[in-house]
Design a protein around this ligand. Sequence first.
Ligand SMILES: [Zn+2]
Ligand SMILES: [Zn+2]
Length: 148
Amino acid sequence: MIKRNTVQKMKIMEYLMNTKSHPTAEAVYAVVSKDIPTISLSTVYRNLNTMAEDGEILKFEVGNEAHFDADISFHHHVYCKICKGVFDLHDREIADYIKNNAKIPNFKIESTNLIFVGKCCDCIPQEEVVQNTQAAPDAAPEIYGGLN
Ligand SMILES: [Zn+2]
Ligand SMILES: [Zn+2]
């Protein structure tokens, strides 16, 4: 028999694995509570924090809110300050540069938590998009994925 706590944690993990939206605890609660109506927001918080402490998921703060991510591979994030979207940035060059060049005296780096803040392609005003396109006729490959 599976314990109730385990079922809650499994549902939370299942949702995180199936989304790339880097949800807040409230957003996780909104989805998981549809399957488990008895679950409370504080239970969701507690599970998320424990999972983050155990290294099963990532937790990072941006826009004054904690976001959670089931993708624990080495990657960074871009944050759109307009729509508040958090997107993955899988850029090996940036990752390798940081690993090889970040030398902090008397400190051993174990992980980085880099967040680029700006505007996503949906939120950039049309004029800026045109300017960017003119500056770089060969459109840059999309380096970050959209929501979902
Ligand atoms: Zn945006
Ligand atoms: Zn991510």
